[in-house]
Design a protein around this ligand. Structure first.
Ligand code: ADP
Ligand SMILES: C[C@H](O)[C@H](O)[C@@H](O)C(=O)COP(=O)(O)O
Ligand code: MG
Length: 469
């Protein structure tokens, strides 16, 4: 009887529960539940609806029964940086505020008054994004100190769901690194940084690595589901799981393409050289203490918002085809400008940028989509030039993973503009990386090298050659 594991992958725009098992040396997937995710307004903040998301997780778990499958294990991954705080009765002290909330505006600069930017980078190796956990916690320190006083437990989003499943509290390494509070060398919470900011070290839990078996389900949930499962920590930062699934990393730059575009390489040590700081690259933690040397690019969030501004009248596939038809339109925006992080109306923000920069203003859905895609590729090109400058080497291949790898026009555009071979897939790279970490913990897969061979043998990867432009 095969061992089934269940991956819960919740990104900023969508979540999915995918069963996985090995069959004749290949990983077989069975998507059993998919749902939308989005930021909601709660009180004065943009938040995640963690109550609904946990109900979606439970719905997906129960769906296994209809297949007659009782998974051996479950693992949860989500977006990074965000967290909840629990009081001494394990009740939420605050809502799960989303990283796009403006509460951290100006806070990074306040932190630099306590900890020099260069020191923070040398200690943590983490990119400066204004929504990093360190700035969210410091925003609470400055504006709502009573909240931090009441807090007894810090759990990032996947860890909160793990707590609801098992009653156990633990922080997981790959996601903890995204907080910019973990020392890149000790791989533990950096007590000096926390002291400098007067943030209570005791609310943080032991940092456990991916492949840790955290526990099993609570009695109530075993009764509700009709079966028990081991709860395993995958790389709970979704991009940490996604990068495990890059089939071939030799001479390859990956782009984890979803709400964000995370573009980088995999290393075995943190790289905090001056150029890495200047270009704002990060050294997020990976499986087996590898490092994800990457940077965030605004990503397909922009087309998600354009789609939403059109009341979802067009599918993503339709927007791609409309963009293809706009052959003469070439206005470009700086996708990494903070104005695109959470504008009231993305269409109007893109149009305003083009007007300000005296470019043709996109008026049609196709022109807007074309502008987003060509602007993303412009940012990819800059990031890849920076990576090649830092490592003093030229990479010949780009592997696009995640939902965005279904965008064939974008894949071809990347190949043509970068003049490199583009490999697209696996689409569900994050869930696949989540699954193989569980199967490694269960002894079904020996190590990451075997996992990557299984992934390479199991999933189609489409190739795009650079056309002469
Ligand atoms: N059929 C498609 N054609 C083109 N793009 C697509 C298609 N399906 C999904 N996408 C792109 O994939 C993105 C979602 O990727 P995904 O990895 O699921 O995001 P996340 O994990 O951040 O929620 C969408 O924003 C969309 O741009
Ligand atoms: C805010 C973080 O930078 C973000 O979570 C990023 O690290 C990430 O993993 C995004 O994943 P998506 O699947 O939501 O694009
Ligand atoms: Mg994702």
């Amino acid at each position: 009887m095969s061992t089934y594991s269940l991956a819960v992958d919740i990104g900023a725009s969508s979540g999915r529960l995918i069963l996985g098992h090995l069959e004749n040396g290949k990983l077989k997937l069975n998507e059993i539940h998919r749902f939308e995710n989005n930021i909601i307004r709660k009180g004065d903040h943009y938040c995640w609806d963690v109550e609904r998301l946990f109900q979606e997780i439970k719905t997906g778990i129960k769906a296994c029964n209809s297949l007659g499958i009782k998974p051996e294990s479950i693992g949860i991954d989500t977006w990074a940086v965000d967290f909840v705080l629990l009081d001494d009765e394990n009740q939420l002290v605050t809502d799960a505020v989303a990283y796009r909330d403006p509460r951290t505006d100006g806070v990074m600069e306040e932190v630099f008054k306590k900890i020099p930017k260069e020191k923070l980078y040398l200690e943590t190796g983490i990119q400066f994004q204004k929504f990093n956990t360190i700035y969210q916690l410091y925003a609470l320190k400055l504006k709502s100190p009573e909240v931090l006083k009441e807090a007894k437990s810090f759990l990032m989003i996947p860890e909160y769901f793990n707590f609801l499943l098992t009653g156990k509290k633990a922080n997981e390494y790959t996601n903890a690194t995204s907080t910019q509070l973990v020392n890149a060398f000790t791989k533990n919470w950096d007590a000096d940084l926390l002291n400098e900011l007067d943030i209570n070290r005791d609310i943080f839990h032991e940092i456990k690595p991916p492949k840790t078996i955290l526990g099993t389900l609570s009695e109530e949930l075993v009764a509700e589901f009709g079966f028990d499962m081991k709860v395993i920590l995958p790389a709970t930062h979704d991009t940490g799981s996604a990068v495990i699934s890059v089939p071939e990393l030799e001479d390859t730059i990956y782009i984890s393409s979803g709400t964000w575009s995370l573009i980088g390489v995999e290393n075995h040590f943190p790289i905090c050289v001056p150029k890495a700081l200047e270009y704002n690259f990060t050294n997020e933690g990976g499986l087996d203490y590898r490092f994800r040397f990457l940077k965030n690019i605004m990503g397909l969030w922009m087309i998600q918002e354009v789609k939403r501004n059109y009341d979802d009248r067009y599918s993503f596939a339709e927007l791609v085809e409309l963009a293809r038809s706009e052959t003469e339109f070439h206005s470009i925006v700086n996708v990494d400008d903070d104005r695109f992080l959470k504008p009231d109306n993305m269409i109007e923000e893109i149009q305003a940028y083009c007007l300000e920069t005296k470019q043709q203003v996109p008026e049609t859905p196709g022109q807007l989509a074309k502008c987003v895609y060509e602007s993303l590729v412009e940012s990819y090109k800059n990031a890849i030039n920076e990576i090649e400058e830092i490592f003093e080497k030229t990479y010949s291949k780009i592997n696009v993973i995640g939902g965005g790898c279904q965008n064939e026009m974008l894949n071809q555009l990347i190949a043509d503009v970068l003049q490199k071979e583009v490999y697209a897939g696996p689409v569900e790279a994050t869930a696949i990386g989540n699954l193989v970490a569980q199967l490694m913990a269960l002894g079904e897969i020996a190590n990451i090298d075997e996992a990557r061979k299984i992934i390479k043998d199991s999933f189609e990867v489409k190739t795009y050659k650079a056309l002469n432009v």
